[in-house]
Structure formats: C-alpha cells, structure tokens
Design a protein around this ligand. Structure first.
Ligand SMILES: Nc1ncnc2c1ncn2[C@@H]1O[C@H](COP(=O)(O)OP(=O)(O)O)[C@@H](O)[C@H]1O
Ligand SMILES: [Mg+2]
Length: 337
C-alpha cells in the first residue's frame, strides 16, 4: 500500500457553511504528515471525517485501505486519535482510562496489561498510572491520551494539536515519541500551529485555508517556492523602484573578535548590494548586514573578504533564509488579515 490516506472530493458542510471543500490529498504510508492552517481552516473537520467521527457531506476517503463510508469499523481498528481536547474520564485513574480503551478495542486480556505497561514506560508516565486524571498536569494528561490512542497498535496515528500549551521539555519528549513511532512504521498525521514542530518532523505538509488545500509539498520545497516567488517580485520591484531596499534580503550576522575601524564599516556600507548595516562594538563586535538576496552569494564573500583584509578576526557567521512561517503567511488569509 503506497498511501495510508487518499481522499477524493472530501467535503463537509455544516448546514450551509462549507468547512472542507472537495479535498483531494494523498498521504504516503509510513510518513509523518503535517497539517497546517489558521483557526477555522477545516483541519479538525477533515481529521474527524478520516477517523469516522463525522460523516462527509460529499466525497470519501480510503484510510489504511478501507473506505470511511463503507467500512468505518475496519478504519477505526486501524487508527488511533489524540483529539484536540483531551477526552479522558477525569474521575478515573490514568491506567483505568487506558484499560477502558483497550476493552473498547477488544484487546486480549492476556496481553492487555503488558501492552499498557510497555506503552506507559515508553511515554514515561507509568509513575503516574494510579493518579486520577483530574489531578494531572496538562502534559501528563496528553501522554495518557497518547497511550490510550496506541493501545490497539494502530497503523495510523492522528494527533490534533498535541503540543499546544505544553512546556518545552514535554514538547520535546512528544516530538521524540512521534519520531520513534514513525521509525516503528506508524503513519502520523499531525495537526499543528507550531511551524517549528512541523518543519522539524514532517516529510510532507498540507496547508489548509478556508476549507481548501492551498499547498502540499515538502517543507523545503514550500520554502524554496516562496523564495522564487519573492525573487521574481523583487526583480520587477528593482526595475521599477530603483535602489529602494528590496523586499527580500538575507540577513548576514557576523561576530568579529576585534574592533573594526570606521573605515572598514564604511567600505561594507558602500557595497551596492548591502542595504543595511548595524554594528555593535563591544569587546566582541556583532555586525548585522542586510544583503540583497540576488547577490547574496557574492555579497557574503565580499563582506567577509573586506573584514579579513582589514585585519578582522571572524568567530562566527550566520544567515537567515525564509522560514516555514513565511510560507504560511504568504499562502493563507492570515497573512493579509
Ligand atoms: N459542529 C459544527 N457545527 C458548525 N460549524 C462547525 C462545526 N465544527 C466546525 N465548524 C466550523 O467549521 C470551520 C472549520 O472548523 P475546524 O475544522 O475545527 O477548523 P480548524 O481545526 O482548522 O481550526 C470553522 O469555521 C468552524 O466554526
Ligand atoms: Mg482544529
């Protein structure tokens, strides 16, 4: 099976409101897929249809080889879901919650307890197994929720904004876990607002806006496409506006160990492709130079060679390229609101 998920014209209306508009999308088997989009884009509605929690208005999808309309029970056995809002019984303990879930899936009594132990240890939550859910922290509840969703060894795991509101350490633990589950052969569908998270984890990304899929690609290609688009608009800007600072520059940050003379700074400022230069002269000097994206390759070398010729000792150099966040704002309505 090449694709874990294949949607065909998948559509969801709430009354007259069109929340998901004829979605055609393929998610590779055993990949981590990131689902991005502003609030209200239709991500959760899509996931609810794929996990058979709600029915599509039109269209359908195959999930792990089964049709969500015709074979919802088979689909349910192949998938696990960590919902946007944790849905555990607050007056039961962590272990009781997971155990109920195992019973729901009809897990064999002989393997059930071992399976629960194994998963709780994997997520490092076994120490809290007898705690009531209502007495747990957000991160602990999220981990229990993940354990519960994995108890029947699903092929595909859906996570709807799983790290929202978690502290950085717990986030990192969950990211590692998602990676491990994927290495183990699980397909992961990750809905998120966290660009860093999606960029770091996902092989492919779908960006949704107002019910439409507005982009689908690898994070790198999405960033490269944006770069090309901006470069084209800069080309025409430069032709039209003369020497105004272009929209897209590469920020070059250089740490210099010793003092640079005003003369050296002046030389760099006077380069035709340098648009802005800030320098802070402490014991170590940080120099931030905005270089026109077009000539950034030659530009960066030129700036560095001037510094070196004038006796500067460089200890570090870094540049910034467009981020996934730039792609997101470029493609979704959030960018213009
Ligand atoms: N049960 C519902 N009834 C009516 N409208 C809904 C319902 N669920 C979601 N919506 C609307 O559908 C749109 C998409 O929602 P949702 O799928 O939750 O988006 P996302 O997860 O991307 O934030 C939103 O405008 C939301 O208000
Ligand atoms: Mg949502």
């Amino acid at each position: 099976m090449k694709y874990a998920i294949e949607t065909k014209g998948l559509t969801k209306n709430y009354g007259k409101f069109l929340a998901v508009n004829s979605l055609d999308m393929k998610i590779k088997n055993k990949s981590i897929f990131g689902f991005l989009g502003p609030n209200g884009a239709g991500k959760t509605s899509t996931i609810k249809m794929l996990t058979c929690l709600i029915k599509p208005t039109i269209g359908t999808a195959k999930v792990s080889g089964y049709d969500i309309r015709k074979e919802p029970n088979q689909v349910r056995n192949k998938i696990g879901m960590v919902p946007q809002l944790v849905s555990l019984y607050k007056d039961l303990t962590a272990r009781e919650n997971v155990s109920l879930c195992a019973d729901y899936y009809g897990i064999d009594k002989n393997i059930k307890e071992d399976r629960i132990d194994e998963l709780m240890e994997l997520l490092d939550i076994k120490y809290a197994e007898n705690k009531l859910v209502k007495q747990m922290s957000g991160g602990q509840k999220q981990k229990v929720s993940v354990v519960a969703s994995l108890v029947h060894s699903p092929d595909i795991l859906f996570l709807d904004e799983p790290t929202i509101g978690l502290d950085p350490t717990t986030k990192t633990v969950l990211w590692e876990l998602i990676q491990e589950l994927n290495d183990d052969g699980h397909t992961i569908v990750l809905c998120s607002h966290d660009m860093y998270e999606v960029d770091k984890l996902c092989e492919n990304i779908g960006i949704m806006d107002k019910g439409h899929l507005v982009a689908f690609n690898t994070p790198q290609i999405l960033k490269d496409n944006l770069m090309k688009e901006k470069e084209n608009s800069i080309k025409s800007n430069i032709l039209n506006v003369g020497d105004d600072k272009p929209e897209l520059t590469v920020e070059l940050s250089i740490m210099v160990e010793n003092w640079l003379s005003d003369e050296t700074i002046e030389k760099i400022k006077n380069l035709s492709f340098v648009y802005d230069l800030k320098s802070s002269h402490d014991a170590k000097g940080r120099l931030t130079v905005d270089v026109d994206k077009f000539s950034h390759r030659e530009g960066i070398s030129e700036v560095i060679s001037i510094i070196l010729k004038d006796g500067g000792v460089i200890s570090s150099i870094s540049t910034t390229d467009p981020s996934l966040e730039d792609v997101f704002f470029d493609l979704t309505s959030k960018g213009v609101e």
